[in-house]
Design a protein around this ligand. Structure first.
Ligand SMILES: [Mg+2]
Length: 368
């Protein structure tokens, strides 16, 4: 089999009203998504998405004529571009879609087939008042979720802690709560300085006392010693790694036992094949892998296939914060949004490949 063409489609969904996530410097009025379609000489077409693919057009010829089933070589090819251009992992998603269709298996089966569903955690994004967040938690529980994640604003940790406390008071022990401090990386243009160790420790101790399941990204990625100390001195579970794009950095984290929970996004960080290797190492060491998935529906599916395939967990990130962030907005390029069942599980698609059915009408409507 040979790749004959790679097609990129850029979509821009208008968000009306806008969505203002904790990590965004300004409210987001658009949601951009790029769809990669890889065509082959045997008529199989793979689709991928999850990152912008800016600048990829200059490298299309490196892939045309090559074998999509030789994934080891293809991953090396994508990695060779990381240094020169960007993270083009949606290509790998489309390649696995081809491999899955060719093998007549869902990609999760090719990644180990450990789980066919995972309990989702409602990953919220907006900063809300304690009362509003507690009310949203009750609605999240009502929708079936077993767990949720709350953002705490570094500028205003007192309000964030109050929101976590109000949520705990509202839901008792009927909902697992995670908290994301978002101190590891920044959106473009955000020059805010992260928490220092003492501030992070005070926060983590208070969150631990509210029975928070994990505290996410309490310190920048470079502060590996601080992360190790935090775990040792507070006894709290620490999660991080969603945007670590260096495999050797993650290997160093694993060797130094920096984290409890490893979260490398398979589209935005290390790719699917490498994520599998790193996840297996983490699981082997009795640590947890559960990937970040805050992208669009195809990115969610790619992370779900790898996470479920390797036996990740215990919860899977499900970006969800209605009314601003809904499965319909997040998965606008899919015919049917990825959703949970009444018990809060997200199911791996059983169709061969990634299982993304594009909504061609939406793709035409929002194409730029
Ligand atoms: Mg995070």
């Amino acid at each position: 089999m040979k790749i004959t063409n790679i097609r990129l489609r850029r979509l821009r969904l208008r968000l009306d009203p806008p969505f203002f996530a904790a990590w965004d410097p300004v409210p987001r009025e658009h949601f951009d998504a790029t769809i990669v379609s890889i065509e082959t000489d045997e008529g199989v077409i793979g689709v991928g998405s999850g990152d912008t693919m800016n600048g990829f057009e200059a490298y299309t010829d490196l892939f045309v004529g090559t074998d999509p089933l030789n994934i080891v070589e293809q991953v090396r090819r994508i990695e060779s571009l990381n240094f020169h251009a960007g993270r083009f992992w949606p290509i790998e998603v489309a390649l696995w879609d081809i491999i899955g269709q060719t093998a007549n298996l869902p990609v999760a089966r090719l990644f180990g087939g450990a789980r066919d569903k995972l309990p989702a955690y409602a990953s919220t994004g907006e900063l809300r008042s304690p009362q509003q967040r507690a009310e949203s938690a009750l609605a999240i529980r009502e929708a079936g979720f077993q767990a949720m994640k709350i953002r705490v604003d570094a500028h205003d940790p007192a309000t964030g802690l109050a929101a976590v406390k109000a949520t705990r008071d509202a839901v008792g022990d009927s909902l697992e709560i995670m908290v994301d401090l978002n101190q590891a990386w920044r959106m473009a243009g955000d020059t805010q300085v992260p928490h220092d160790y003492a501030a992070a420790r005070r926060l983590v101790e208070e969150l631990r006392d509210l029975d928070v399941y994990w505290v996410e990204e309490p310190l920048p990625y470079a502060d590996r010693d601080g992360l190790v100390r935090l775990r040792r001195e507070t006894g709290a579970r620490v999660a991080a790694g969603e945007m670590i794009s260096s495999v050797s950095d993650v290997v160093d984290y694993l060797e130094r036992d920096v984290l409890d929970v490893y979260q490398m996004d398979v589209v935005l960080a290390v790719g699917m094949l490498r994520a599998r290797t790193l996840a297996e190492l983490a699981i082997h060491k009795n640590r947890v892998f559960t990937p970040h998935s805050w992208t669009n529906g195809i990115g969610v599916l790619a992370n779900l296939h790898v996470g479920a395939g390797v036996g990740g967990g215990p919860y899977f990130e499900f970006p969800y914060d209605p009314p601003g962030w809904t499965p319909r907005r997040r998965d606008f390029l899919l015919r049917t949004p990825v959703d949970i069942d009444r018990e809060g599980f997200v199911h791996v698609p059983t169709t061969p490949g990634i299982g993304a059915q594009l909504d061609e009408e939406a793709c035409r409507r929002w194409q730029i």
